[in-house]
Write a protein that binds this ligand. Structure first.
Ligand code: BGC
Length: 436
């Protein structure tokens, strides 16, 4: 299989602030919902926290050197709201502005494109105490924060992503309670969904006023389910799963409405106010679609046993699901350019006697997903770039440090970095050596 990609295809890697930065009490940063969540016994494997993580706050320079060595053309990271506006509202923190400008300048000097996510789940705890994403005031606070970012970093950022994976914020944060803030109340979900969608729209409006460079989008993790059988009941179940898990996020942005299938459902009332849908549904410049390749069933539907191999988190490996999602979102978004903002897997990595990390399982996983990307481009799907998750091992949310996703190994004892074999694989693919 020759993994040849168009010359202009963008190759990158991705991380998120709380997962890699550490330095949680430095330079004026205040707690986020994740600092708080980690302090609750039993929430995170081994009681891990993001206090130090991969220490990128102090080691970004070294990390950018590694990116250069791997030939990565783009770095997607997130800006920490609790650094920029530590109380959620009020004073902008100059030290945080300085930190991110340093990081961005270092990337630019290395010839690496800067892709900044405004929100990758670290809501300032001060806002959570006033109702978090259940409270419409958080939307206003987010808009102010977004304006601060556009104003202070607009000259250095190549592409902006408003929100990372609203699905996780709504469902993992407010229904299953697996993620911060750890709520388990289904009634909160439609409110959170609407406020997060609206926050996206407000940020896009602000961007159009301040920068307007055709480079803003959103990262969705979408699920397009495979019905267990061709029976009408299963087909209907898969259709409803699409509504709950994907269309409640994509319909408002792409079509300006919530799915009509939910209109008569009293449990699914979105707190829409006049003008909201127009704000949410304005044009975006690209969709950043994050693929988990999971075919999990959901919400009252029977989960079908999977026959596929799984990653070390027991997530099924289903590259074909990536193609299904790419086809679906291409049709829905009428050919808006697409980027895969995260694709990767956890494997049980360790440094071997020869000093290297032979993560062959990850190479196989990436190769199989890249084949699908190549097929997708061949079909005319407007896929413009790919970001491997993750650049470096990091704090994997509720799993703590128990799961490693990086193409670079992080030794958490002394913070040394070792490029894994998958990192060299990615380097080969980017450089055009593609006979894998
Ligand atoms: C998230 C990352 C996370 C990864 C693996 C993505 O959904 O954006 O923060 O580490 O999945 O779970």
């Amino acid at each position: 299989m020759h993994l040849v990609f168009p010359k202009e295809f963008i190759w990158g890697s991705a991380t998120a602030s709380y997962q890699v930065e550490g330095a949680v009490s430095e330079d004026g940063r205040k707690p986020s919902i994740w600092d708080h969540f980690c302090s609750i016994p039993g929430k995170i494997t081994h009681g891990d926290t993001g206090d130090i993580a991969a220490d990128q706050y102090h080691r970004y320079y070294e990390d950018v050197e590694i990116m250069k060595e791997l030939g990565l053309q783009s770095y997607r990271f997130s800006i920490a709201w609790p650094r920029i506006i530590p109380d959620g509202v009020g004073q902008v923190n100059g030290l945080a502005i300085r930190y991110y400008r340093n990081l961005m300048t270092t990337l630019k000097d290395a010839g690496i494109r800067v892709v900044a996510t405004l929100y990758h789940w670290d809501l300032p705890q001060a806002l959570e105490e006033k109702g978090g994403w259940r409270n419409r005031d958080t939307v206003q606070a987010f808009e102010t924060y977004a304006i601060a970012c556009f104003t202070h970093f607009g000259d250095l950022v190549d592409s902006w992503i408003t929100i990372n994976e609203p699905w996780c914020i709504a469902y993992l944060g407010h229904e299953t309670g697996e993620h911060a803030p750890g709520h388990t109340d289904q009634n909160e979900v439609p409110k959170v969904i609407h406020h997060v969608n609206l926050a996206h729209g407000k940020a896009v409006s602000a961007y159009r006023k301040i920068i307007n460079n055709d480079a803003i989008g959103i990262s969705w993790n979408l699920f397009v389910h495979r019905p267990a059988t061709r029976r009408t009941k299963d087909l209907e179940a898969a259709k409803m799963a699409l509504v709950y898990e994907s269309r409640v996020f994509t319909d408002p942005v792409l079509h300006g409405t919530y799915p009509e299938e939910l209109q008569d459902n009293p449990k699914w009332k979105f707190p829409v106010e006049s003008g909201d849908m127009e704000e949410i549904s304005q044009k975006i410049d690209f969709n950043e679609t994050v693929i988990t390749s999971s075919e999990k069933s959901y919400k009252g539907y029977v989960s079908v046993p999977q026959w596929q191999n799984t990653t070390s988190q027991k997530w099924p490996i289903t590259p074909v699901a990536l193609l299904r999602v790419l086809r679906w979102i291409t049709a829905e978004s009428q050919n808006t350019p697409l980027y895969i903002t995260e694709n990767g897997c956890a494997t049980d990595d360790a440094i071997q006697e020869d000093g290297r990390v032979h993560d062959y399982q990850r190479i196989d996983y990436l190769r199989r997903h890249l084949e699908v990307c190549k097929d997708a481009i061949g079909e005319g799907i407007p896929l413009k770039g790919y970001f491997v998750w993750s650049f470096i091992d990091n704090f994997e949310w509720a799993w703590g440090y128990n799961k490693r996703f990086g193409i670079v190994y992080c030794n958490y004892e002394n913070q040394t970095r070792t490029i894994k074999d998958s990192g060299y694989f990615i380097r080969d693919i980017i450089s055009g050596y593609c006979e894998y």
